[in-house]
Design a protein around this ligand. Structure first.
Ligand code: FMN
Length: 288
């Protein structure tokens, strides 16, 4: 969006709030085609793009978007798999192929200290199979410290354009040194060097300190035939899930939630709500 468009947006906001003089309204209103308002936001067509603008500041509570039509319910008989990894794969492939989802593999990772103090950040899923979901990071980081003292964690994928969320809970195991090495050397060379530069999550005096170290290592590894060694403090974690929740948003807020979980020790299955899946999983629906 260029500066004229931004200026027009501000003006259009004023038009909506009737704060603008008649003269200015006559000047700017024809610029925007199909201006129409919905509760808490208004939409207009600009250069063939549909732009949605929500009223500034205090109207966040009024932001409300239609999700799915009534016909798009996610029911038990829509599951493509009776175990969560197959279901995950189907939804992930759909997300990957959806316009507007640039990093379908971006997920938030929640960890906690041994005393239960939580923290959360984004990471990228770099592998998934029946053993779990893999991401790579720096073992000096806050997340790694927390995972060392408390291996339980949670992942969250949210794909806004298709109104789907997947929650995963489980514990981590480090991936093998060989697997980390293979992935490390598959990354672009600059990223490999970047991993050597960064002692992730440590306090540093300035950006310059980081840039200087980068220049130093870029020079050291300027010969592309020289392998950049993976630092010992860098590698992968595999999240081994014991619970997946598939959430499909619905316009009337009666969202669909289907959970796959392992049966607890000694728990007997109530077939009126809990269904036997495959590979030792059971699944059930939750209230929205
Ligand atoms: C979209 C996105 C993807 C990211 N992917 C990773 C990743 O795969 N690994 C990683 O260590 N940090 C990744 N980060 C940076 C982390 O969010 C975080 O800043 C960093 O890992 C330090 O977190 P910590 O201090 O809690 O350990 C990513 C950030 C974003 C916004």
């Amino acid at each position: 969006m260029n500066s004229l468009e931004i200026a027009a947006l501000i003006v259009l906001n004023s038009v909506k709030s009737s704060k603008l003089s008649k003269k200015a309204q006559n000047l700017f209103l024809p610029l925007a085609k199909h201006l129409h308002t919905t509760q808490g936001s208004f939409q207009y067509q600009w250069n063939d793009k549909s732009v949605s603008v929500c009223e500034m500041s205090n109207n966040i509570s009024g932001m409300r978007k239609p999700y799915r039509g009534k016909q798009d319910k996610f029911d038990l008989d829509h599951l493509v798999s009776k175990e969560p990894f197959g279901q995950f794969e189907a939804w992930f492939n759909e997300a990957k192929n959806t316009d507007g989802i640039l990093e379908a593999n971006a997920m938030s990772l929640a960890t906690a200290t041994k005393n239960g103090k939580p923290s959360v950040r984004m990471v990228l899923m770099k592998g998934i199979d029946q053993n779990g979901i893999v991401f790579y990071t720096n073992f000096l980081s806050q997340k790694a410290k927390e995972l060392t003292e408390n291996p339980y964690c949670s992942l969250l994928f949210y794909w806004e354009p298709i109104k789907r969320q997947i929650r995963v809970e489980g514990h981590v195991e480090k991936v093998s040194e060989e697997e980390s090495n293979n992935y490390f050397h598959s990354r672009p060379r600059d990223s490999q060097i970047g991993a050597c530069v960064s002692q992730q999550s440590q306090v540093v005096a300035s950006r310059k300190t980081i840039d200087d170290r980068n220049v130093e290592l870029q020079e050291k590894y300027s010969d592309p035939n020289v392998l950049v060694p993976k630092p010992d403090y860098w590698g992968g974690y595999r999240v081994v899930p014991n619970r997946f929740e598939f959430w499909q948003g619905q316009t009337n807020r009666l969202h669909d939630r289907i959970v796959f979980r392992r049966l607890k020790n000694g728990e007997s299955l109530d077939p009126s709500v809990t269904h036997e899946g495959t590979n030792g999983w059971v699944y059930e629906r939750l209230m929205p």
